[in-house]
Write a protein that binds this ligand. Sequence first.
Ligand code: 13P
Ligand code: SF4
Length: 302
Amino acid sequence: MISDDDIQIIHHLKIELHAKILAHNYQIPEVHAVADIIGDSLELALAARTTDAEILVVCGVSFMAETAKILNPEKRVFIPVPDAGCPLAEYLTPDIIAKYQQKYPEAAVVVYVNSSSACKAATDIVCTSGNALRIIRSLPHTTIIFGPDTNLAGYVREQVPDKEIIAIPANGHCYVHQQFTSDDIRTAREMGGMILAHPECPEHIRHNADIVASTGKMIQIITETDEPVWHIFTEEGMAKRLQALFPNKKFYSNKNAICRDMHKTTASDIIRSLQNLQGEIILDEESTRSARRALERMLKAS
Ligand code: 13P
Ligand code: SF4
């Protein structure tokens, strides 16, 4: 639990530095308590683009802070815990993309935002879980090279059957979402209520869920649905966020579904980052130009 003193310190630092804190939905409650904007990957990218702050502190994992910096080269962007990464992003490299481009020269390359800046620079367009279907449908190509999440690729393949989706590499996945089991689904069904699953979940979970959605879309769906009980098949921080947003509803999640990197950031890290201007994202302009183009295409098509 964050102290009132820490809340005040962060509040004053934000005013003094003209800074804003952007936090992903999975962050721990004390980070949400001091955030200016809380959202999914797409919402954070859009917010980074529209805010007038001079300094952005991105509480999430490194690809989120890098995305904010790529889209705002004139702003100073900080990540309070620089080694908070996304293991899913590490499955893909520019070499793998190049290999498949050679094999399928007619295909478009779509890279999930959970990827390195170098991969974004090597792609035609980026997508998030919130806009993947829209992005794929917007492309004239019938063959799409898609990485690094094979589960999101599978979801897109099911929803956009007129396109051939080639998932690269063949084993890319998020360990947090991969661990859900049929027993988890069975238990949820016995308890009653609705099952909401993230598209990073494996096929057997997506197929048995009531709705598949990004974390941002989950909030929208729950707002619009008159159902008091929900089973959340994504990182467990999301269930905490939902419980705080909707105190009159009940949210259940698998307590083992913890993203170690998402839970690294604390209020003390934010204070340290703001006080010492520590954890700045520095990217060289030359190599990020292509990544910016791919991200801007995504925002335009969103
Ligand atoms: P969202 O964009 O849906 O929040 O997903 C990000 C993520 O890392 C999911 O694990
Ligand atoms: Fe990456 Fe999975 Fe953590 Fe999301 S939950 S940041 S995909 S490791």
